[in-house]
Design a binder for this molecule. Sequence first.
Ligand code: GLP
Length: 249
Amino acid sequence: MTTAPNVSVFRRKEDACRQLALDVAGLIESINASGRPAVLGLATGSTPIPFYKALIELHQAGKVSFQQVITFNLDEYLGLPREHPESYWSFMHRQLFDHIDIPADHIHLPRGIVDDVPAHCREYEQAIADAGGIDFQLLGIGRTGHIGFNEPGSPRDSRTREIHLDPITRQDAAPAFGGLDQVPTSAITMGCGTILAARRIALLAFGSHKAAIVKDALQGPITDQVSASFLQEHPDANFYLDQEASAEL
Ligand code: GLP
């Protein structure tokens, strides 16, 4: 069954992120009120930074606590130790975890340095299941249409696994790494199936460079060539866009 995702267009990305932060704070509160922790799936990239800033502001204003929150990040570069400044572990601590009251043992990211990758991926899926599944999954979108690092060709039912990064994705990451040759060639990512199992999903996209892929994701065919197009089949997928990213809809 195809259900159209909800699309909200904001004048500025800060407005979109503030609204989403309020929505997520409300969700955490209502899930905690039912007597269980809220399970959040989190994303990296430049796009969610204003969202994390807004969440930190709500926390500092006493409006949300993360003591009863469990997080699972979408992905991590293979080959990077946690301490590497471009690891997603470092990114998440810098942008969010160091500024909120989440217990350290509630935080989960795939490991970048791991002996047995398939076993680690199975353990990651099991940890999500043991937490009760993901209540809310945050997503950005890559120029290849990827969610997490589910590059073109990722099956609809794929689960957490190793993925070879698309050349466009590595090019986009090159400035942060100080050159293309420094960018890892592979990553561990939650699969499309892992992401689609989340009960609620929000995809953030800002800027004119995302307009074409946002159109493909929302209005193009549902295809494994654009993994974000699978969101058209999710019952509670919500796109938070700025005017530039929505320009081709
Ligand atoms: C990386 C991340 C994605 C993210 C994408 C877009 O590939 N793995 O989760 O959506 O970058 O990044 P940005 O938000 O910087 O455009």
